[in-house]
Design a protein around this ligand. Structure first.
Ligand code: ADP
Ligand code: TRP
Length: 321
């Protein structure tokens, strides 16, 4: 099965990004044909500082690689290193009714929040469609907010196929209901924009501060507590296997558990869980040319994988003459 997804480069990385999306992508590479890329063209809809975009792209790549993305097993690249998607996006634009884009929630939400509507923001789902269709992707794991964009990709593929024959595989979104939203320090969805994150690669002091800020209720230490109502537990459990989870739940219910104590344990667990990856990430970022070489090889693989489809498209549409 061909699985494809992209992630925008976006500065620091939190537990929600990791447990909600990256871990799943990294696990896919063992059993599926995985295509995974850093969506830096898409990031241009919100980042105009060139230095920040370039740095963010390198960091996002280092994060993925440090966390276990294996460029031998998967195809892992930076979107703008395969500019063929732009050509395909243009071709597909001609099969994209305005109404289809006008109905997109993500676009409407952004405009209603006061973000200036420009063509990049409006055409965002067409570029995303090109990302998906160029590689004949079958499954596209995404968060709920991106589901409609995958449906747009399907609609455009159907229109194109109706005109020219079965050129594109019809993609299916995959929304993992099981990896429910990872809660943040205040119990709301963990998100950069809410400032309620625990960051994977924070320095010890910063990490400890974040963990200590988790909001808890005023139940006295000696009283039994309900783990499912506790923000510390809801985050801590992400790191635990079944037996450790049961043991922690029993401690909550037995009484005598201080939140400060569980926070300290969570801090130590998170720190040691990501310590090897943090070290690997440092190494990758200390050798940017090495990192660029890994990404260049990934782009080559991706270009090769997309070439046949693009050739067919050029032929069918008359661009190849
Ligand atoms: P943020 O909300 O911090 O801006 P992004 O929107 O950049 O995060 O999310 C990048 C990826 O991480 C998306 O695929 C999204 O589904 C996933 N993700 C982000 N936050 C969470 C969360 N709290 N729980 C589960 N998944 C999340
Ligand atoms: N728009 C996606 C997001 O912000 C990122 C993305 C770009 C993507 N192209 C894609 C996801 C293709 C899946 C498939 O999360």
């Amino acid at each position: 099965m061909r699985v494809l997804s992209g992630i925008q480069p976006s500065g620091s990385l939190h537990l929600g990004n990791y447990f909600g999306m990256m871990k799943k992508m990294i696990d896919y590479q063992e059993h599926q044909q995985l295509f995974c890329f850093i969506a830096n063209y898409h990031a241009q809809t919100s980042v105009s500082d060139g230095k920040a975009l370039a740095r963010g792209t390198l960091e996002a790549a280092a994060n993925f690689l440090a966390l276990g993305m294996d460029p031998e097993k998967s195809t892992f690249w930076v979107q703008s290193d395969v500019p063929e998607v732009q050509e395909l996006a243009w071709v597909l634009s001609n099969f994209t009714p305005m109404g289809l884009l006008e109905r997109c929630h993500s676009y409407k939400d952004k405009v209603s929040r006061g973000i200036a509507a420009n063509h990049g923001l409006f055409a965002y789902p067409v570029l995303m469609t090109a990302d998906i269709l160029l590689f004949q992707s079958e499954k596209v794991p995404v968060g709920k907010d991106q589901k409609q964009h995958v449906e747009v990709a399907r609609d455009i593929a159907i229109k194109f196929n109706n005109e020219y024959g079965e050129i594109f595989t019809l993609p299916e979104p995959e929304i993992d209901e099981e990896v429910a939203t990872v809660p943040g320090l205040d119990g709301q969805k963990m998100s950069k924009s809410y400032g309620n994150t625990i960051d994977l690669f924070a320095e010890d002091n910063a990490l400890r501060k974040q963990v200590m800020r988790i909001v808890t209720d005023p139940t006295p230490v000696e009283e039994p507590k309900e783990p499912d109502a506790c923000n510390v537990y809801k985050i801590y459990r992400l790191f635990l296997d079944k037996a450790a989870d049961e043991a922690l739940r029993a401690r909550y219910r037995a009484g005598g558990l201080a939140y400060g104590e569980v926070k300290q344990e969570l801090f130590e667990t998170a720190r040691s869980h990501f310590a090897p990856q943090a070290a690997r990430r440092k190494e990758l970022l200390a050798d940017l040319d090495g990192l660029r070489r890994i990404l260049a090889r990934g782009a080559e693989k991706a270009r090769h994988a997309g070439a046949k489809t693009l050739q067919k498209v050029r032929k069918k549409t008359g661009l190849a003459y």
